[in-house]
Design a protein around this ligand. Structure first.
Ligand code: AMP
Ligand code: GLY
Length: 419
């Protein structure tokens, strides 16, 4: 089969490395991909250029399209490709709204009794501000729509909350995404990411993982696209997994089907294990980044077969198996990220195995930095401790000017193991 992966970051590189192992894959394209992806043919068409992608797919006889990022999913790329007869991995536009609108996902959870933080939705700035009177803080203010993972503000005081509402609703810093806001209760507890394959009826969760969203060690600093991840997440016990299956995963799939928004693809559950049980912090309609870079290296069965089964409705008959070991991914970023940073520095990366490129660009034979998150290095091992040690050993061999990485990826996960 000729397969194309839409997207260009570390997650997409992990998908490509995994798909490359499938005996059924003939040609493998990445749109736009990046210059570090040696396993695929990269094509300079952006992930939001729906017309360009459809035209390319037809001209190059693509049999299967894997749409990885949120934007093209929410814009309806899957619908567009399906209209011209190309099968896809990923939800259609109607189902992708589960990530595309937080107001939608909160109302869905309320209607179907799926545990989540208490909330209110506002389309009027003054109403949102009056609601904040007499509330306890911290409180969480979220832009309704997509905001590159930055549309969530944890406000410690009323003043901060009003500023957050104003930045979203008056100054429109996230554009139309902030026209409506969700204000919700602040929850506490360890966070767990669970990615799951679903064909709309059956749901099969992958190995659990833990993202590290903050820029600095000790979970300090600004939120980023993710500075590292480990899998499995030791807070997510078998007992909790069972509870999540019964109270969150199956109810979500059934709810989407009932709403005539059957979800097919990878459904991402961002969970918080609160003292009152697991609750949904967010849904994503796709694989997570950098969770994918720790989950897929542990997948023992064929990724393409798993994906095809979500499209064809045969997930119940498809074996999806993960290894017993652990994985750790450390993201190496440009110094200054997520704020301003330099670009164009030569990368010295002698390791290949488990390296997932993101913000890179070729100049002749040289690979140069070209983004905030430059690359990720994953190691797998029988235990989490060994995986962490091995990932950091590999990272030590990578260098470029102003390279920055967190030194404590997996530390919080190890703390519970040692308790
Ligand atoms: P999101 O983009 O919805 O994943 O939110 C980004 C991060 O904000 C999450 O990973 C949490 O750490 C935090 N967050 C979101 N909602 C809440 C909440 N209700 N209570 C506490 N923290 C939250
Ligand atoms: N790792 C969080 C996300 O992909 O949204």
């Amino acid at each position: 089969m000729n397969v194309m992966v839409v997207g260009g970051g570390g997650r997409e590189h992990a998908l490509i490395k995994s798909l490359k192992k499938s005996p059924r894959v003939d040609k493998l394209y990445a749109l736009p991909g990046n210059d570090g992806m040696e396993e695929a043919i990269t094509v300079g068409i952006g992930a939001k250029d729906l017309d360009g992608i459809v035209k390319f797919a037809l001209e190059n006889k693509i049999d299967y399209a894997v749409v990885a990022p949120d934007d093209p999913l929410v814009l309806g790329l899957v619908d567009r490709l399906n209209e011209v007869g190309i099968a896809c991995f990923g939800p259609n536009k109607k189902a992708a709204i589960i990530e595309g609108s937080k107001a939608f996902s909160k109302e869905l959870m309320k209607k179907y009794g799926i545990p989540t933080a208490e909330y209110r939705i506002f389309s009027d700035r003054d109403e949102a501000v009056s609601y904040l009177d007499g509330k306890s803080f911290p409180i969480v203010v979220k832009a309704d729509g997509l905001a590159l993972g930055k549309g969530v503000i944890i406000a410690n005081t009323k003043k901060e909350a009003v500023a957050a509402v104003d930045s979203m609703m008056k100054d429109l810093v996230f554009g139309d995404s902030g026209k409506n806001v969700v204000i919700e209760e602040f929850l506490t507890g360890p966070e767990v990411s669970v990615l799951a394959f679903t064909d709309g009826k059956t749901i099969k969760p992958m190995v659990s993982s833990m993202d590290h969203k903050r820029a600095k060690d000790g979970d300090e600093g600004l939120n980023t696209g993710g500075m590292g991840a480990v899998a499995p997440n030791p807070y997510y016990t078998e007992e909790i997994a069972k509870e999540c299956m019964d109270t969150i995963f199956i109810p979500t799939v059934r709810a989407m089907e009932k709403e005539d928004r059957t979800f097919k693809g990878c459904l991402y559950f961002g969970l918080m294990l609160t003292p009152k049980g697991p609750k949904v912090i967010e849904y994503n309609c796709r694989f997570g980044d950098p969770e994918t870079q720790v989950v897929l290296p542990l997948l023992e069965t064929d990724l393409l077969e798993a994906m095809l089964s979500t499209t064809n409705g045969t997930l119940d008959k498809t074996e999806i198996r993960f290894g017993k070991g652990a994985a750790c991914c450390v993201i190496v970023a440009s110094g200054g990220y997520p704020e301003s940073y330099g670009k164009g520095y030569e990368i010295n990366c002698p390791v290949k195995d488990g390296v997932y490129f993101a913000g890179v660009k070729k100049d002749g034979d040289k690979l140069l930095t070209n983004g905030g998150r430059v690359l990720g290095v994953t190691a797998t091992a029988p235990t989490l401790k060994e995986a962490i040690d091995s990932a950091y050993k590999k990272v030590a061999a990578v260098s470029f000017k102003d390279a920055y990485y967190r030194k404590d990826i997996g530390k919080r996960a190890m703390q519970i193991k040692e308790r």
